[in-house]
Design a protein. Structure first.
Length: 326
């Protein structure tokens, strides 16, 4: 559904309160307590103000954030971003608000990070829910995190709900089914896809190249990993020791496979980076028959989180191998 169609729904002629009540009834099949709490204490915290104004008041601290007092039992507390009280405790629910200058990507990234924490820390709770309420939607940005939300939903029962808020109320951005019981009956052919990716990973050499900047063009490292027989080699065209070969444990190949698996299903357009590398060098990776390029700007603190994680994973492997052979 296009963003214009979503806005048309939320700005339709139906009376706001009636429409929002109907939506709450639908969403309550996912997490009744949390949904009605958000509707009552967040979006309608001050009934005389709009949902957008209430979101703004919470983010700016103009009103007291309703949290523990509104949901007194421990199982009904939740983690939030970018508002609320900082805590190291992980709860099974998450609420993110994107309003004004808050970046949608920052909220999505925090939601995915929280889901990962929930898998590790909250196995006992059945109500695992992620809610993001936003006044903007960017399909290209969401595409970076879409598969993560799907995986957490169907593998771990962490259900995401995305609500678009306008001056006329709020509406759901369609994504997954609104019924946990229905979702349990859905079968994802993810195991077959993983098996095919593993086959490609082992059959095709994985190549990783580091190229120095224009001021250090002779600094070039070419790594090739042969996971089918557990060997690797390093070529340094301009170094005195131009070729290094060695073996690597099976566990290393499985770890890297897990770290790069997202690339197998990624659309080529979503893998694109504006990498030039003239001033700081560049990096490239060939895996699953795809080639990725990035540079220092892609992996700095404001860079692409996917490539930051990818870069670290590759260098963990390289560091472990070079400690043995260099």
């Amino acid at each position: 559904m296009k963003i214009e169609e979503i806005r048309a729904i939320s700005e339709g002629p139906k009376e706001r309160g009636c429409r929002n009540k109907e939506l709450c009834e639908v969403l309550s099949r996912i997490d009744e307590a949390f949904i009605y709490y958000i509707d009552r204490e967040i979006l309608n915290h001050s009934p005389e103000r709009s949902a957008l104004e209430n979101m703004y008041d919470i983010l700016t601290g103009e009103c007291e954030v309703p949290g523990i007092t509104g949901m007194p039992r421990r199982t009904e507390w939740y983690n939030s971003y970018p508002f609320g009280i900082e805590t190291d405790v992980v709860y099974s629910r998450f609420l993110g608000i994107c309003r004004g200058k808050t970046r949608l990507e920052a909220v999505l990234r925090e939601a995915v990070r929280h889901s990962d924490d929930v898998v590790k820390c909250c196995p006992q709770y059945s109500e695992r829910t992620t809610v993001i309420i936003t006044d903007k939607w960017e399909a290209k940005t969401f595409a970076k995190y879409e598969k993560s939300f799907i995986r957490y939903a169907f593998k771990h029962g962490i259900f995401p709900i995305f609500l678009l808020v306008t001056d006329y109320g709020y509406t759901q951005i369609p994504f997954l089914t609104n019924d946990r019981d229905v979702a349990k009956e859905l079968i994802l052919d993810e195991d077959a896809d993983r098996d095919e990716a593993w086959r490609l990973f082992r059959e095709l050499p994985v190549e990783y190249i580091e190229q120095g900047s224009a001021f250090n063009a002779f600094q070039r490292n070419e790594y090739t990993f042969y996971f089918n027989d557990g060997t690797w080699e390093l070529k340094r065209p301009y170094a005195e020791s131009r070729m290094i070969r060695g073996s690597m444990p099976y566990s290393a190949s499985k770890k890297l496979f897990s770290d790069v698996l997202w690339i197998a299903d990624a659309d080529d357009r979503n893998l694109y980076t504006d990498a030039r590398g003239l001033d700081a060098g560049s990096y490239s990776l060939s895996v699953f028959g795809k080639r990725l390029h990035w540079d220092a700007s892609t992996i700095d603190e404001n860079g692409d989180p996917r490539y930051i994680k990818l870069h670290k994973a590759i260098h963990r492997l390289i560091d472990s191998l070079e400690k043995t052979y260099l």
